[in-house]
Design a protein around this ligand. Structure first.
Ligand code: F6P
Length: 356
């Protein structure tokens, strides 16, 4: 088959925004223009494709955006795009604006959209942009590092006031159903306890440790709770800590504050590398893949594989989900899930040993 000639590609960001999305937009734009391909920005995610909100992007348009928080192309979660009618409108827009392919930045919902378009003849490549780091196929998502650094800054400030007042601070952190942010920031903030979905939470051990450390003279404590445990969990735990240990406690939820801010070096550099790789692959005829970082290598993973391995890890597989995969692929999926489980178990053990 003759290789498709790409003259113009589109970029969009969709789902929850993440610091570093603008850096990806810059990387994709510059990489495509350097290869002689025009670029258009699709405003507001898939909704922009349905509503024909399309703007040409030049190198000058994106030259100052690498350090911008949020996303230069705006974002939204688009319900209409989940249905055939919406998708057909999006495809018609691609035809009307001569968009030969799309780079879509976001999380699993974004990749589902990218795969839907790819199989209907609009080649798409996904780039993982979400603070949650909840794309099992990649070790890191863009935005994760920045969000964690913001949480660590907030946590240090909370520690200051907790120390003055001899209190325990329970902080709930975002991450949707994933505990990556919780466990990593828990270790970085010297939390005495971390509660997350991926490992059983040893509440009694937490109370015992707080009591012991208070007897030794420790004034302040930090406990991190993953948002996936539900809105009531953190507040209820705060009350229980106070009742069971006698340590005055406060509950804090920084929520969307951690989604903003200028991206860290790590997120900017990942954005640069992944954006360039996505353009390179797209122009070379590859589509329906997500760019992943695996053991310090940048690789392309089939979107279907990425979505299903996510479900496997979260124990949310549906009937028939695994039918399309070879024995070798199934093995690698299982191994990847084991790797992620081992990560959470190891990190939880470390936190329990060193956190105080
Ligand atoms: O996926 C990013 C995220 O910030 C999650 O951590 C959180 O659960 C969710 O988005 C919040 O969504 P919204 O911005 O729609 O309130």
């Amino acid at each position: 088959m003759e290789k498709k000639k790409f003259r113009k590609i589109g970029i969009l960001s969709s789902g929850g925004d993440a610091p570093g999305m603008s850096a990806v937009i810059k990387s994709v734009t510059c990489s495509a223009i350097a290869r002689g391909v025009e670029v258009v920005g699709i405003i507001g995610g898939y909704a922009g494709l349905i509503n024909e909100d399309i703007r040409p992007l030049s190198i000058m348009d994106v030259s100052g955006i690498i350090a911008q928080g949020g996303t230069y192309l705006k974002s939204a979660r688009c319900n209409e795009f989940k249905y055939e009618e919406g998708m057909q409108k999006a495809i018609a827009t691609c035809k009307k604006f001569d968009i030969d392919g799309i780079v879509a930045i976001g999380g699993d919902g974004t990749f589902r959209g990218a795969t839907d378009l790819s199989i209907r003849g609009v080649p798409c490549i996904g780039i993982p942009g979400t603070i949650d780091n909840d794309i099992t196929a990649t070790d890191y998502t863009i935005g994760y590092d920045t969000a964690m650094n913001t949480i660590v800054r907030i946590g240090d400030q909370l520690r200051d006031t907790s120390e003055s007042h001899a209190r325990c601070c329970v902080m709930e952190v975002m991450g949707r159903d994933a505990g990556y942010i919780a466990i990593e920031t828990g270790i970085a903030l010297n939390a005495v306890g971390v509660a997350l979905i991926e490992t059983p939470f040893d509440k009694e051990a937490l109370f015992e440790k707080i009591i012991k450390m208070r007897e030794l003279g420790q004034r302040s404590f930090m406990v991190i709770v993953a948002e996936g445990l539900g809105t009531e969990f953190g507040e209820a735990l705060t009350k229980e800590i106070e009742e069971r240990t006698g340590v005055e406690s406060r509950f804090v939820r920084p929520a969307h504050i951690v989604r903003g801010g200028t991206p860290t070096l790590r997120d900017r550099s990942l954005a640069g590398v992944m954006g360039d790789k996505a353009v390179d692959l797209l122009l070379n005829g590859v589509s329906d893949v997500v760019i992943c970082s695996r053991k310090n290598q940048i690789v392309a993973t089939d979107i279907k594989y990425a979505l299903i391995v996510d479900r496997m890890f979260k124990n949310k597989l549906k009937d028939g989900d695994l039918d399309a995969f070879s024995a070798e692929e199934l093995e690698s999926m299982k191994a990847l899930c084991e790797e992620r489980r081992a990560y959470f178990n190891d990190m939880y053990d470390i936190m329990k040993t060193i956190g105080c």
